[in-house]
Ligand binder design. Structure first.
Ligand code: BTN
Length: 251
């Protein structure tokens, strides 16, 4: 375990190997060894976690596996917006580096339709902290070939891991401060929608109550995806409940 410091004076803890940076953050919180802003990075993960219970492939190939601890003072209903704030922070960081990245709603980052970054936000409660969030970010940075099963779905970028981690955390905390003040996404909505790969595209909404197709119109102030159905009705889709697919593939 190596302690580093970034520009924002937040504690950055590096491990060569972990099961999952999100899992380690939870253990540190339980041992009262983490505070808001604590950031964990691992060189590899043996049990990297993805959304919807999936596995996040996490070999030791220079990719970024990072978790940040957030202790919000706002209502639990607002929490899902924070994942979009992180997606925005990653996307703007990469764009500033000249990388043509787009956002697949709500929080995947894609390049030419292939996933380069995923974000997993987990919500917990402790008697000491009350509600707290662990925001986990995985960015594929490897120059090596991806495994066969991921080749059509995933891609990677070439960047220095430590530099990227510092840029991302700085950008995230800047955006987070704004979010805390207004507790909605008006401050990033237009820019987020410009980066949204789904915008003006036909999408299929995988709603457990009944699937439907429509044209994605962008996010609203709360980060819900506005989808115009074939009958003209506009519905707002909440990320926690459903996923959205492109008609001809992942995006
Ligand atoms: C997704 O399914 O798109 C989310 C993937 C999130 C992966 C990151 S890697 C760092 C952190 N630790 C984990 O176990 N998962 C997240």
């Amino acid at each position: 375990m190596r302690h580093l410091e970034n520009r924002m004076e937040q504690e950055l803890i590096y491990y060569e190997e972990l099961d999952s940076t999100n899992a380690e953050m939870k253990r540190l919180v339980e041992k009262k060894m983490a505070k808001e802003g604590t950031t964990i990075i691992a060189g590899m993960q043996t049990a990297g976690r993805g959304r919807h219970g999936r596995v996040w492939h996490s070999p030791s190939n220079g990719s970024l596996y990072m978790s940040i601890l957030v202790e919000p003072s706002f209502h639990v209903d607002k929490v899902s917006m924070l994942t979009l704030v992180m997606a925005f922070a990653v996307a703007t960081t990469l764009l500033e580096q000249g990388i043509e990245v787009q956002i697949k709603w709500p929080n995947d980052l894609v390049i030419s339709g292939k996933k380069v970054c995923g974000i997993l936000t987990e919500l917990y409660h402790s008697s000491e902290k009350g509600m707290y969030l662990i925001v986990g970010v995985g960015v594929n940075l490897s120059k090596e070939m991806l495994p066969m099963e991921l080749m059509d779905l995933a891609t990677s970028i070439c960047m220095d891991r430590e530099m990227l981690a510092k840029m991302l955390t700085t950008k995230f905390w800047e955006a987070y401060q704004q979010f805390q003040k207004i507790q909605n996404l008006t401050f990033i909505k237009d820019e987020y929608n410009r980066m949204l790969v789904n915008c003006s595209r036909q999408v299929r909404v995988l709603d457990p109550a009944g699937e439907y197709s429509g044209i994605a119109q962008g996010i609203d102030d709360e980060g819900k995806l506005l989808v115009q159905k074939e009958n003209g009705e506009i519905v707002s889709v909440f990320a926690g409940e459903v996923s959205v697919r492109g008609i001809y593939g992942y995006v």
